[in-house]
Structures are given as C-alpha cells and as structure tokens.
Design a protein around this ligand. Structure first.
Ligand code: GLY
Ligand code: MN
Ligand code: MN
Length: 431
C-alpha cells in the first residue's frame, strides 16, 4: 500500500467493540467490494468496503471476514479469507497479501487466516452454531445503489442456502461505531487534511487570470499523489464564476476570468480516510467589495455554525439554527427582505434560494460518512461545516468548508491551519 502501516490495535479494538454490540451467539459476515467494470475488459480502481477495512485493515479485493465472538472453538471466533495468489497473478497483478502479512495488518493469528477457496468448508462450522447472522448492506440514507453489490449477492445466496437462520442488519451497528472516531483514526484523517492544506497553499500561488480549471486540477493531483495519497477523496469541484452556482460541477473545463471568484471543493484521500475542504478565492488575487461582503458573510456563518457543533446538540435543531444565521446574513447582503422572511412558510424558508444544501455531514472512511442524524452529538464525531451563498444572477458562488471533531467541551477545527480569512488568502496570492 502507498500509505504507511496502520497500528493494528485499531482493527483489534474495532472488532472488540463490534462484538460488544452483538446479540448472543452471533455470526457477522463482511465482504470486500467488487472491482467494478467499465466497458469491454476495463475496470475501475479498487476501493475497499469501508466496514471490512474498519474491522481488518485489509485493503485487497476478494476478502471476506467472519466474526463469531462466542464460538465454542476459539480459532473460529474471528476468521479472515484471502485471495490466494499464483504465479499468474504475481505476473499480471503483482504482490498479494501473504497470511503472515495479513496477520500483521489485522492483528489476527495467522492460524485464523484462510484462502477464499476454503470458505465453504470453514463457514459450515460457524454457521451451524449461529443463532443470529449479521449481514451487511449499504444503508446510507442517501445511497441510491443500482448495481448488485457483493454484499447483496451474499445475502441472496445465504438466504437460499440457510433459509431458517435469523438474519440481522449489520449496518446500524457499523454506523454506531464508525460515527465515533478512535484515537488511531484521527491522525489518518489529519494526514488527509494536511495533504489538502499543502495542495491549497500551492494553488494560492498558481491561480491567476487565464488559467484553466483543469490545470488547477492537475496541480491538485500532483500534490496529492506525491504525499502518499491515492488521489482525490471525491470528484473535485473547480468552479470559476457562474460555474460555482452549479453545486455538483465537476467538468472543470472553463478558463478562469479576471474578476471572478473560483470555488474549490477539494479533499485528499489518505489510507481510505477523506478530507473535505472548500475554499473560494479571487482569480486575480483581490476580492471586489461585493465578493468580499459575500465571502465574509459565509465565513461568519461558518464560524457561528462551528460553535454549535458540540456534545448534546441535535442535527435537525442545529440545521434550523444555521438557517436563521444564514437568513440574517442574506438580509444584510440585500438578497432577502426582512418582512418577507418574517412572513415565510417555515417549511420552505426563503434562504434556500441562495443556500440550498445541508451545512454538515459526518466525515471519515466515507466522505458522506455513516452515522445517525437522530443521535446527539458526541465527542469523537467528525463533521464538515460548509455554508455557502450562491447568487446566480451575479455569477457568484462562495462556499467555505472545514472539518471538525467534537470534543468534551465543543470541537476542534482539524483545518485550523488552512488559510480561510480573506486577508490571508489575498496576502498569500500576492506574495
Ligand atoms: N465535497 C462533497 C461535499 O462537500 O459534501
Ligand atoms: Mn466538500
Ligand atoms: Mn462536504
């Protein structure tokens, strides 16, 4: 792997913490993601299933993990299946994990690691003893999955083969665990953020009138890749002028014009963890008074929103409060009328015309990470905070996005080092 080895105690403890949430005599089965096809014999790059990674640290295709904490035979309490290599695989694809390497990665004894072709034989000995079988599915509330995943295929096969077993949903338990970041996870996330910081500082010296959005993307990628990142955490949004008002603009094909602001929603991946940053900078290095007014309004909303990310707070209430702050900023900018706001339908607030997306989401192994929005905020949760104002009639869109971790008393801004004040941005661009 490109990233440095991870302390396997993270995965050992993740398994222990999952075990503590299971019903008696439970078996858990977690599968690797498929390698997805493109066209002809083309494939997409492999991206590990985040739950499998969280429980094992194994970042290789065709892996399967079984957890059965109360199995009468200790050697079946946690079992890993690996793709067995061959001379052909070594020649065409290169090195695959040996059992010894997988033992080091996972913290499992080598004797509990098998090849995938041994699955049926071993599995029979576990499934017979199990009263509850936890299977995995993508239950992210916003997921819209059209392909049949490895997990979905497994559920179908399992139901046919073992119709009398009681099935349980693994996803809520994984969401529960993954929402609270462990001490070993935060430095991984911080590495992704520090890589993003270095990239952004590089861009501040690079952006100028006439540069193309894709040239900025190339600079970004160069900085990410040279820092052990596999690349961008998500499709980068490099949106100058009016493009910034297209929320999911990823074409990045326009030339940046003197006098425009460019919105940069860019984050690095590191060891499967993701940074998610947005900055909006003036193409020529100086904001106009109007741009600066909108910029400072967004920054104030970010600051006030951040202050509300603290233990005990609830997601929906937080978003309602952010809406009020945004409302008053939009009135200040002359975009909303105070009387109209007073008379608005609370279910369709007027600020949505200029700020149409959520302010925060969980962040971690997934960019829009798993977690339950009805759970009160707790120390260890990591959120983005990302207000924006998009004024289509002015060809201006400004969003600012930082990542924070909730602490006992409030939160820590993991992006505190990344320039965000307009003066500092201008100063760095004109150095
Ligand atoms: N970059 C995706 C997001 O901000 O949610
Ligand atoms: Mn973002
Ligand atoms: Mn985000």
């Amino acid at each position: 792997m490109r990233y440095l080895p991870i302390n396997n105690q993270l995965f050992v403890r993740n398994r222990e913490r999952l075990a503590s949430l299971l019903k008696p005599k439970s078996l858990v089965i977690v599968n690797a993601n498929d390698i997805l096809p493109t066209n002809a014999d083309g494939t997409m790059a492999f991206r590990q299933n985040n739950d499998l990674f969280y429980l094992t640290g194994v970042d290789q295709e065709e892996t399967r993990f079984l957890l059965f904490p109360e199995h009468p035979d200790p050697k079946f309490r946690a079992v890993l299946f690996l793709r067995e290599t061959s001379e052909l695989i070594e020649i065409w694809e290169g090195h695959k994990l040996t059992k010894a390497e997988a033992a080091q990665t996972t913290g499992l004894p080598e004797s509990q690691i098998y090849w995938t072709h041994q699955f049926e034989t071993i599995f029979a000995q576990l499934v017979f003893e199990a009263e509850h079988v936890y299977l995995n599915a993508n239950e992210h509330t916003r997921a819209d999955v059209q392909v049949q995943t490895q997990d979905a295929r497994f559920i179908e096969q399992f139901r046919n083969r073992y119709p009398l077993h009681r099935l349980e949903r693994l996803a809520p338990l994984m969401h529960n665990l993954r929402a609270i970041k462990q001490p070993e996870e935060l430095p991984l996330l911080q590495t992704a953020i520090d890589t993003t910081d270095a990239m952004f500082r590089r861009l501040l010296g690079f952006v100028k009138p006439g540069v193309w959005e894709y040239e900025i993307e190339a600079e970004m990628m160069h900085e990410f890749l040279r820092r052990r990142s596999r690349g961008a955490a998500y499709n980068p949004i490099i949106a100058s002028g009016a493009n910034a008002c297209v929320l999911h603009y990823i074409d990045n094909s326009a030339q940046c014009k003197d006098g425009d602001v460019i919105l940069l929603d860019l984050g690095a991946e590191y060891a499967n963890y993701n940074a998610d940053m947005t900055r909006s900078i003036p193409v020529n290095g100086r904001f106009t008074p109007r741009q600066r007014a909108v910029y400072d309004a967004v920054l104030r909303v970010l600051r006030e929103s951040s202050a509300m990310l603290k233990p005990g707070n609830l997601w929906d209430e937080y978003h309602r409060e952010v809406g009020k702050v945004m409302e008053s900023e939009l009135i200040g900018l002359g975009l909303l009328d105070r009387d109209a706001v007073a008379a608005q339908d609370p279910d369709a607030p007027l600020y949505k015309k200029y700020f149409m997306h959520g302010t925060s989401h969980f962040l971690g192994l997934d960019v829009h990470d798993v977690g339950n929005k009805y759970r009160r905020m707790e120390p260890g949760m990591v959120f983005t905070v990302e207000p924006g104002i998009y004024i289509r009639e002015e060809g201006l869109g400004i969003r600012l996005e930082n990542n924070v971790v909730i602490t006992e008393t409030g939160n820590t801004d993991l992006m505190a080092n990344i320039p965000i004040e307009a003066d500092e941005i201008e100063e760095l661009m004109n150095r």
